[in-house]
Design a protein around this ligand. Structure first.
Ligand SMILES: Cc1ncc(COP(=O)(O)O)c(C=O)c1O
Length: 393
């Protein structure tokens, strides 16, 4: 049956399976935010990016339903054709106000934004200098741009400066960094990166996927918390994590936004997001703006859990955010840890290579503002119990 020429895929899959790296979907039966039902079991969800609990907020759901009613199910076309209903303009206006920029542009996902923006900013004659642990979508955007791609050691300013010192031959230099690193939960040294970008005349793009809505006194992201918002040339952030929906934005100068609207292929050649998503996002943005307790609470809960995990002997790397890795190392042991927690009704995902470097497989705990303290205490007890059984601590 089928084409035997494709059998090389089966061989490769077998290899992936033998290394414990085979990936499968988990199928969710129901989902209330903090708790989730999987395979008939109700589990405390410690691996969601729904940091502020907005994916299930009744106001967000209501706004999404209202937009569905008014505009219908699908956008039916690219935004440059007939997919640009007025909610889109409203959302972009409010994102620009929120970020304090001249303009903003919404993309269909964070992945699409990074793929669509980076190749528009730089090309063959340019260089992109990127943190070694930047998200895969940034790496793919850089590859697509055909610019020279140099990676500096993770959060290492000496390594970054060494590259900057030696790139005089390139037309443009673009530095890119995640603000909150997705698999380590640590923070980019933005203040110092801004100093270097100014000293060497580079552009700076930040990805606030995990910083937006959570960091900064008004929730703009880590750049706000670091006091450097104004110095960022290209502000990218997702609408799929703290915002609880889907999509991403790029915020910046009017020129940048006009240019992207004209040139970005992942914006031009794709159908716009469904109206319900945009309606829900508008409500989510207003909640983020008006309810600072959510970001304060998620960071406080994370700090308490991280401290307790460290005291018990777990290695949480340099996490300083709502993302708390628990470093294990070997893949099989990490999978076993995650599996035993599952049996204890705790959902904590095992993160394996190639998502993280070889020998650094880990559990990745992410918190929500709305998780109950007694549930978190129960989670800590179980993490310690299983961690001891597996001799991790
Ligand atoms: C840093 C970073 N950038 C971009 C993305 C992609 O965002 P999205 O899931 O909206 O495509 C992610 C999320 O997975 C991320 O962690």
């Amino acid at each position: 049956m089928g084409n035997s020429n494709i059998n090389y895929l089966a061989e490769e899959l077998l290899e992936i399976q033998e290394k414990g790296l085979f990936r499968q979907f988990k199928t969710i039966q129901s989902h209330s935010g903090e708790w989730i039902t999987l395979g008939g079991n109700k589990l405390l969800n410690l691996c969601s990016n729904n940091y502020l609990g907005l994916a299930n907020d009744p106001r967000v759901k209501e706004a999404a339903a209202a937009a569905l009613e008014v505009y219908g199910f699908g956008a039916t076309a690219s935004r440059l054709v007939v997919g640009n209903y007025e909610l889109y303009d409203q959302l972009e206006k409010e994102i620009a106000l929120f970020k304090g920029t001249e303009g903003a542009l919404v993309f269909n996902s964070g992945y699409a934004a990074n793929l669509g923006v980076i190749p528009v900013l730089v090309g063959r004659e340019d260089i992109v200098i990127s943190d070694k642990l930047n998200h895969a979508s940034i790496v793919d955007g850089i590859i697509l741009s055909r610019a020279e791609h140099r990676r500096y050691k993770h959060r290492d300013l000496v390594s970054l400066e060494n590259i900057l010192k030696n790139c005089g031959m390139y037309r443009r230099k673009l530095i890119i960094t995640d603000t909150v690193f997705s698999m380590d939960g640590d923070l980019a040294p933005l203040k110092e990166i801004v100093q270097l970008k100014e000293q060497y005349g580079a552009l700076l793009m930040v990805d606030e996927a995990h910083g937006g809505g959570v960091f900064g006194s008004s929730g703009r992201g880590l750049a706000e918390a670091a006091g450097v918002s104004e110095a960022i040339d290209i502000n990218m952030g997702t609408l799929s994590k703290a915002f609880g929906g889907a999509g991403a934005y790029v915020a910046g100068s009017r020129v940048l936004i006009d240019y992207l609207r004209n040139k970005s292929r992942t914006l031009i050649y794709t159908t716009a997001l469904p109206p319900a998503v945009i309606g829900g996002l508008l409500a989510a943005l207003r909640i983020i703006r008006d309810e600072p307790w959510r970001r304060e609470r998620v960071l406080t809960k994370a700090a308490i859990l991280r401290k307790a995990l460290k005291e018990k002997g777990f290695n949480t790397l340099d996490s300083q955010s709502q993302i708390i890795p628990i470093l294990i190392g070997p893949v099989q042991k990490t999978l076993e840890f995650s599996h035993r927690l599952y049996e204890e009704n705790l959902l904590v995902s095992a993160i394996r290579p190639p998502t993280v470097p070889v020998n650094t497989a880990r559990l990745r705990v992410t918190l929500m503002a709305t998780v109950r303290d007694d549930d978190l205490e129960m989670a800590l007890t179980k993490l310690v119990q299983v961690g001891r059984q597996l001799r991790i601590i």
